[in-house]
Design a protein around this ligand. Structure first.
Ligand SMILES: C[S@@+](CC[C@H](N)C(=O)[O-])C[C@H]1O[C@@H](n2cnc3c(N)ncnc32)[C@H](O)[C@@H]1O
Length: 252
């Protein structure tokens, strides 16, 4: 594993996972049944099949990889696996599934060159990011290191849970809690980062809190020409509020 990451951080997501027991907790108690733990990998597998992702020259990046839940499915499909996570504890658990291809680092600054991966998968991170700038930074990095496709999960602001929370009918998680994201916000962010959103996937539309966005990188050269400041400027052009209003609702 590489040494501790430096550079830009994402305060809303980083700190929470530094607990030395977070990996063990996630691997053993986070999911009530084996079936629930497998739901995300199966959904991602379906999305990859639909987008004809096959073994290629470039590997697949799992960012953040957590305890490596996606690894068996990706390797079963013949894809070369690289996983990155900020938490040493989560990576410690991930090593049980395979020690190769694991890197400690932040999605805020991925330690890879542009276009390094055929596909970049990001499961259960975006809803932990509170500031719109953090979200923009993460999307920009995911797109930058991808050559072709980004598949990312998010909490859908149009889901029943999110709507009920915004109406006060369901308990909010507080200011440090997870946040739902509007699809139009994601489209704008991916567009600003140089990728086109080509689809959204849900287990049960309007019911499942978590949904997946799939984006195709437009032209690697476009994305390379951009820097963070330009991305932010374009983002503001969409009239989205960098203080968090773009996420579309009160903290939920
Ligand atoms: C809910 S877990 C999801 C893990 C994995 N994707 C999965 O679905 O099993 C969130 C993960 O994000 C990692 N994380 C949080 N902030 C991060 C950051 N800035 N860069 C890299 N990993 C981060 C945490 O350490 C944790 O492993």
């Amino acid at each position: 594993m590489d040494p501790e990451p430096t550079g830009p951080s994402m305060p809303s997501s980083d700190a929470k996972w530094q607990d030395p027991h977070s990996g063990q907790h996630y691997a053993t108690r986070r999911w009530s049944t084996a079936r629930s733990a497998l739901r995300d990998p199966l959904l991602v597998e379906r999305i990859l099949a639909r987008h004809a992702v096959r073994r290629g020259l470039k590997p697949v990046l799992d960012a953040p990889c957590g305890t490596g839940r996606l690894r068996p499915m990706l390797e079963r499909r013949g894809l070369r696996y690289v996983g990155i996570d900020i938490s040493a504890s989560m990576l410690g658990e991930a090593q049980r599934a395979g020690a190769s291809g694991l890197v400690q680092g932040s999605v805020a600054r991925l330690p890879f060159q542009d276009d390094s991966f055929d596909v970049v998968v990001c499961v259960r991170l975006l809803h932990h990011l509170h500031a719109t700038e953090e979200l923009a930074l993460a999307v920009n990095e995911l797109v930058r290191v991808s050559h072709r496709l980004v598949v990312a999960s998010f909490w859908d602001a149009a889901s029943l849970h999110a709507v009920r929370r915004s109406m006060g009918l369901r308990r909010a998680e507080g200011p440090r809690g997870r946040r739902a994201i509007q699809k139009r916000t994601l489209r704008a962010l991916f567009d600003a980062a140089g990728a086109e959103v080509v689809g959204f996937h849900h287990s049960f539309r309007f019911v499942s809190q978590q949904a997946f966005v799939v984006a195709h990188k437009k032209a690697p050269v476009d994305a390379r020409a951009r820097n963070g400041a330009e991305t932010r400027a374009r983002f503001l052009d969409f009239g989205l509020d960098p203080a968090g209003g773009a996420l579309g609702q009160a903290p939920i």
